[in-house]
Design a protein around this ligand. Structure first.
Ligand code: BF8
Ligand code: SF4
Length: 632
C-alpha cells in the first residue's frame, strides 16, 4: 500500500496498536478468526432457503453435487441468493425513506419536525399532481404529500411516481422489459415469494424480478428518501467541512452520530445547540459539544450543516479507540454489533435508538417522531455528563484531518453552473446544459458516480481513492456518495485545490464553475441525486441514458444495499463497475447474464474488476466507445 496515497492508514495502524494495548478487539481480529472464507458461500452456491438444506452444489460443473435436494441448480441458487440481496437492500433504503415520510406526516409549524424547504415541497407536490400545490397551506400540503408518498410503498396498482421524471426512451425500455417498479413493499414481497423453495427456478426471470425490485429502491424508496429529507431538513448547498478522526476534539464533549437516518441526528444537533446543554458541558470541564458524523448519518449531516466527518465504515471502531468519544449514538444500518463491547473498554456510552435496530450491550433509548427532541435531549445529556469519566491516559486522537467541500445536491450543482452561464453566455439558467456542453465538446470525457462501502477484501479506501484520482487525471468528473465520499474527503479530493490533480479540461471546468473535481452528493440513499443528474443530462440531449458517457463504480462495496444500488444503476442504463466480485461466480450462466447478456435488453451491464487501475483503463475505453457512438 502506498502511504503517499493514504496518510490516514498510518493513523489506522497507530490506533490498531493502541487497541491491542487496551485489550480491545477490532474487525481485523475477527477477520483473522474467520480464517479462509467458505468457498461455496463465496461462489454463491450455498442454499439454506429451506430446512431440507443447507445444500451446497459444486461451483465447478462436473465435480460434486450438481443440484440441491429439491433439484435447484447452481444457476437457480446463485440467482436466488443474489435476488434476496436486492430485496434486503431495497427494504433497508426504502424503510429508511418511510421513516422520513412519517416524520413529515407528523410535521407542524411549531416543530421540531418542520418543513424547511417549502419551495421543494411545492415543486414535488406539483410534480405529483396535487391540485393548488402552489397555494395550499404548507402543513396541509405536507401531510397530503406524505400520504401520497406512503401509498408508493403499498398501492395495489400502478408504478412508482418518480419514473415519470425519466427520459422517454429509458421509460419505454422499462415498460417493454417489465422492470418498471410497482409499489415498493409489493416488489420486495413478490421477490421473496419468487425465491421461496419450489417457486421460480429460471435464473433470468429471477434476475429480472430482482432488478425490478431494485428499481423500486432507486426510483422509489431512495428518491423519496432524498427528496423528502430535503423538504424536511433543507436541500444541501455547497459548504466547507473537515474530515478524518482528527475532527474529534480532546477539549470538548464528543458525540458520534452513526447510521443513516437524518431524523435522529437532526434532533441531536438541535439538542446540542441548546445553550443550557452547552453550559452544562462547561460545568463538567469541557469547552463545548462537538458532534462528529460517520457513515451516511454523517453524510446527511455534513451535507446540510457542514457537520465534521469522523470517517467511514471501517473507522467506526477506530473512532471509539481514540478514547475521546463520550457517546456513540446510532440509528439504523452499517453499525457493527461489536460496538457496545468495544465502548465498554473505554468510557464511551453506546446508545442505540431504533426499534428496528436495537443493539444490545449498553443503552437503548427509543426514538420516535412524537418524542424526537426529548429523546435527543436525554442522549446529549448522557454524553455531557459522561465527560468527567473520560480517562485522559487512554485518549489518543490522531492528528489527521483534511478540509473538504460538501453539499452538492443537484440544485447546488445547477446553481454553480448558472453562475457561469450568467457571466458568459445567453443560455437559459436552471439547467444542466453547461455540463452536457462540456461533455459533448470533449473538454471532459465523461462522468463517473463513485459510491459504496469499505470491505476488507480491498485495501481500505485505496481502491476508492485510486479510482477517483485516476479518473480526474483523465478528465472524468466524479460525483460521490456514502463511504466513498468520505474516503475522497479524507484524501483531499473534495477540495477546490484538487483541480491541480486533474487533466487540463477538467481543471478548467473546476476553475470556471468553482467546484472540486469530485463532488460530494450525500448519503447512499442520495444516489438518487446521481440518477436525477444523469437523467437531467439525458433529457437535455433527449437521448437514452445508456448512450451517455457515464459510469457507476463501487470499488469497495459490501452491503445488500450496494447490490440493490448496482442493479438499479444498471437498470437505469449505466454500466456499473464492481471492485469486489459479487457471490455469483458459481454460476457461469448467471455471471454472463450480469456481465454481458443484460446489455441486450437493458442497454447496460456489470463489470467485475478488482484492480483499480485496470478498472479505470476499462472505464476509459467504455466512455470513449460511448463518445464515438454518439459522434462526439
Ligand atoms: O449506506 S456506503 S458501508 S454507510 S452501505 Fe454502509 Fe456502505 Fe457506507 Fe451508507 Ni452505503
Ligand atoms: Fe436445498 Fe432446495 Fe432447500 Fe435450497 S431450497 S436448501 S437447494 S432443498
Amino acid at each position: 500500500m502506498s502511504n503517499e496515497y493514504l496518510k490516514f492508514d498510518q493513523m489506522a495502524e497507530a490506533l490498531l496498536e493502541k487497541a491491542q494495548r487496551d485489550g480491545a478487539e477490532t474487525m481485523w481480529d475477527r477477520r483473522a478468526a474467520q480464517k479462509t472464507q467458505c468457498g461455496f458461500g463465496e461462489a454463491g452456491v450455498c442454499c439454506r432457503i429451506c430446512a431440507m438444506g443447507p445444500c451446497r452444489v459444486s461451483p465447478v460443473p462436473g465435480k460434486g453435487a450438481e443440484r440441491g435436494i429439491c433439484g435447484a441448480s447452481a444457476d437457480t441458487i446463485v440467482a436466488r441468493n443474489f435476488a434476496r440481496m436486492c430485496a434486503g437492500g431495497t427494504s433497508a433504503h426504502s424503510d429508511h425513506a418511510r421513516d422520513i415520510v412519517h416524520a413529515m406526516h407528523a410535521s407542524k409549524a411549531e416543530g421540531p419536525f418542520k418543513i424547511r424547504d417549502e419551495a421543494k415541497l411545492r415543486r414535488i407536490a406539483a410534480e405529483w399532481g396535487i391540485e393548488a400545490a402552489d397555494t395550499k397551506e404548507t402543513y396541509a400540503l405536507a401531510h397530503e404529500l406524505a400520504n401520497m408518498a406512503l401509498e408508493e410503498f403499498g398501492k395495489p396498482f400502478g408504478t412508482q411516481r418518480f419514473l415519470q421524471r425519466s427520459q422517454k426512451d429509458r421509460l419505454n425500455i422499462w415498460e417493454r422489459e417489465n422492470i418498471a417498479p410497482r409499489a415498493i413493499d409489493m416488489e420486495v414481497t413478490t421477490l421473496m415469494h419468487s425465491t421461496h423453495i419450489g417457486c421460480a427456478s429460471d435464473y433470468e426471470s429471477i434476475f429480472r424480478r430482482g432488478m425490478r425490485t431494485s428499481m423500486s429502491d432507486g426510483w422509489g424508496g431512495s428518491m423519496i428518501g432524498t427528496e423528502f429529507s430535503d423538504i424536511m431538513y433543507g436541500t444541501p448547498t455547497a459548504k466547507p467541512s473537515s474530515s478524518n478522526l482528527g475532527v474529534i476534539d480532546k477539549d470538548q464533549v464528543n458525540i458520534l452520530i452513526h447510521g443513516h437516518d437524518p431524523n435522529l441526528a437532526e434532533m441531536v444537533v438541535l439538542a446540542a445547540e441548546n445553550p443550557e446543554m452547552i453550559e452544562l458541558a462547561k460545568a463538567k470541564g469541557a469547552k463545548g459539544i462537538n458532534i462528529v458524523g460517520m457513515c451516511c448519518t454523517g453524510n446527511e449531516m455534513t451535507m446540510r450543516h457542514g457537520i465534521k466527518i469522523a470517517g467511514n465504515f471501517y473507522q467506526q471502531e477506530l473512532c471509539i479507540i481514540t478514547g475521546a468519544i463520550e457517546a456513540a449514538v446510532v440509528d439504523v444500518q452499517c453499525i457493527f454489533p461489536a460496538l457496545p463491547a468495544l465502548a465498554k473498554k473505554y468510557h464511551t456510552r453506546f446508545i442505540s435508538t431504533s426499534e428496528k435496530a436495537k443493539i444490545s450491550g449498553d443503552l437503548y433509548i427509543q426514538f420516535s417522531e412524537a418524542t424526537g427532541l426529548e429523546n435527543a435531549n436525554e442522549i446529549v445529556k448522557i454524553a455531557v455528563e459522561n465527560f468527567v469519566n473520560r480517562d485522559a491516559s487512554k485518549v489518543e486522537i490522531p492528528d489527521v484531518k483534511c478540509d473538504t467541500m460538501v453539499g452538492y445536491s443537484v440544485e447546488a450543482i445547477i446553481d454553480h453552473l448558472d453562475k457561469v452561464v450568467n457571466t458568459n453566455t445567453t443560455d437559459k439558467t436552471g439547467t444542466v446544459k453547461p455540463l452536457t456542453d462540456v461533455i459533448y465538446a470533449g473538454v471532459i470525457r465523461g462522468a463517473a458516480g463513485v459510491v459504496g462501502c469499505n470491505n476488507p477484501k480491498q485495501v481500505h479506501d485505496l481502491a476508492h481513492v485510486t479510482v477517483m484520482k485516476e479518473l480526474i487525471k483523465r478528465d472524468v468528473i466524479c460525483v460521490t456518495t456514502g463511504c466513498a465520499a468520505q474516503a475522497a474527503a479524507k484524501a483531499g479530493l473534495l477540495q477546490l485545490e484538487a483541480k491541480e490533480m486533474c487533466g487540463r479540461g477538467l481543471k478548467e471546468v473546476c476553475e470556471r464553475v468553482n467546484i472540486p473535481p469530485v463532488l460530494h452528493m450525500g448519503s447512499c440513499v442520495d444516489i438518487s441525486r446521481i440518477l436525477d443528474l444523469v437523467n437531467l443530462c439525458a433529457l437535455e440531449k433527449d437521448v437514452d441514458t445508456a448512450l451517455l458517457p457515464v459510469v457507476g463504480i463501487a470499488p469497495e462495496w459490501m452491503s445488500e444495499k450496494a447490490v440493490s444500488i448496482a442493479n438499479y444503476v444498471v437498470g437505469s442504463g449505466i454500466n456499473t463497475y464492481l471492485g469486489v466480485i459479487p457471490q455469483v461466480l458459481g454460476s457461469p450462466n448467471f455471471t454472463k447474464l450480469l456481465t454481458e447478456d443484460c446489455q441486450e435488453f437493458i442497454g447496460a451491464h456489470f463489470v467485475f474488476e478488482k484492480d483499480p487501475i485496470v478498472m479505470v483503463d476499462k472505464i476509459m475505453e467504455d466512455l470513449e466507445a460511448k463518445r464515438t457512438a454518439l459522434g462526439i
